[in-house]
Design a protein around this ligand. Structure first.
Ligand SMILES: *Cc1c(COP(=O)(O)O)cnc(C)c1O
Length: 377
């Protein structure tokens, strides 16, 4: 008997993709499906996106394994390994025809040698660090960047297809640092594009939404595809304002119901004591399933259309609710953990805020073992 399910609404996914398209004209899209498509199931999400839009030209993943599992599922379009490729993964990369981000000479040499030997020409995307301070050739040494590019152009078995960078804070209302990053990126990418015929990309969801100057040749939406706004509150727009629809509904079941007197302590550490006679429900989801322990005593779920509070600490596989206001709730009933039910909604962004995290972490934390059921296929 299944006690938790994640329902994935592919119609909502499509609406969100149309919101991307509406902002970018005829540019190509690189949907970001890393971390199991932010918890939504990378294979099904990728296949659907490819099927519904001609603008989806490539997929973005964060590891070789993610790329290989998409290939094994029969996905044929180009796949960008946004984190590059580990040295011992190069044979697999070549075998599965994956496109790595490239930003170091050692990988360049290995890749060139092995690709050439295999009689192949591997497309790569040069990664530039324009201010994220993470992966990429640092723009602070433009000569090194140009040297690297020249070296790459001369390497057998390799073709520069793209050049890209990543924003550190395009989610803020104040885009001044993002503007600096764009200027620095263009100084290199324009020239590179001219000399090698490659295309450039920089925009994540936040930049797609409110920084049109950064749309360039292709865009890399992640979070907005799954129905949430990446923008900081002060940047002023929620998913709803942006006509985005959350794609995932997470549900779990009641596995115990009982009425306890006032003064009863609930869960580890006894952080909640009932103030009155209380009907307590135990729900079969906990932090091992990805429901954050930080939601202890502050989360909410929806039981039979009514909003009910999490009481006491969230446990590894169970969470308690005060369902005194829902006398009709029965054993085995489903409650909505994330999603909408009747007039009530508990969305991942609100929950994330309560748990002192971001919707990204909450969504991709929903464990792999939970079945994903696809609606509106
Ligand atoms: C995760 C990621 C994205 C997508 O970011 P969102 O904020 O989810 O749109 C784009 N590009 C890179 C390099 C990423 O790592």
């Amino acid at each position: 008997m299944q006690e938790i399910v994640a329902e994935i609404d592919l119609h909502a996914l499509e609406k969100n993709l149309r919101q991307v398209e509406a902002r970018i004209g005829t540019r190509k899209i690189i949907p970001v499906v890393k971390a199991n498509a932010y918890g939504h199931g990378a294979v099904a999400i990728s296949k659907h996106l490819i099927q519904i839009s001609k603008q989806v030209a490539m997929l973005g993943v964060a590891s070789l394994d993610e790329g290989i599992s998409l290939r094994n599922a029969g996905i044929k379009i180009p796949i960008l390994l946004m984190t590059g490729c580990p040295p011992d993964g190069i044979p697999d990369l070549i075998h599965h025809n994956l496109t790595p981000a490239l930003f170091d000479s050692q990988t360049l040499a290995l890749l060139s040698r092995q690709a050439h030997k295999a009689g192949r020409k591997i497309g790569v995307h040069i990664k530039i660090d324009t201010g994220m301070g993470r992966l990429g050739l640092p723009v602070s040494s433009p000569h090194d960047v140009l040297d690297f590019i020249r070296k790459t152009v001369d390497c057998k078995g390799i073709r520069i297809e793209g050049v890209f960078s990543h924003f550190a804070e395009a989610d803020l209302a104040d885009l001044s640092f993002a503007r600096e990053q764009l200027v620095k990126f263009k100084q290199i990418s324009t020239r590179l594009a001219r000399e090698t015929g490659s295309y450039c990309h920089l925009a994540n969801s936040a930049a797609i939404i409110h920084f049109a100057a950064a749309h360039l040749d292709r865009v890399r939406p992640g979070l907005m595809l799954y129905g949430y706004s990446p923008l900081q509150k002060k940047a002023g727009r929620t998913g709803k304002d942006l006509s985005l629809c959350p794609v995932m509904t997470l549900k779990s079941r009641v596995i115990s119901l009982k009425i306890v007197p006032a003064g009863t302590s609930v869960s580890y550490g006894r952080t909640f004591i009932t103030q009155r006679k209380t009907r307590l429900a135990v729900i079969a989801i906990g932090y091992a399933d990805g429901y954050p322990r930080r939601l202890s005593n502050c989360g909410e779920m929806i039981a039979n259309g009514k909003r009910v509070p999490v009481v006491g600490r969230v446990c590894m596989d169970m969470t308690m609710l005060d369902v005194t206001a829902v006398p009709e709730l029965s054993m085995g009933d489903w409650v909505t953990v994330i999603g909408k039910e009747g007039t009530q909604a508990v969305w991942a962004d609100t929950l994330a805020q309560k748990a002192d995290t971001i919707p990204y972490e909450l969504l991709c934390g929903i464990r792999e073992h939970i079945p994903r059921i696809y609606h509106n296929v």
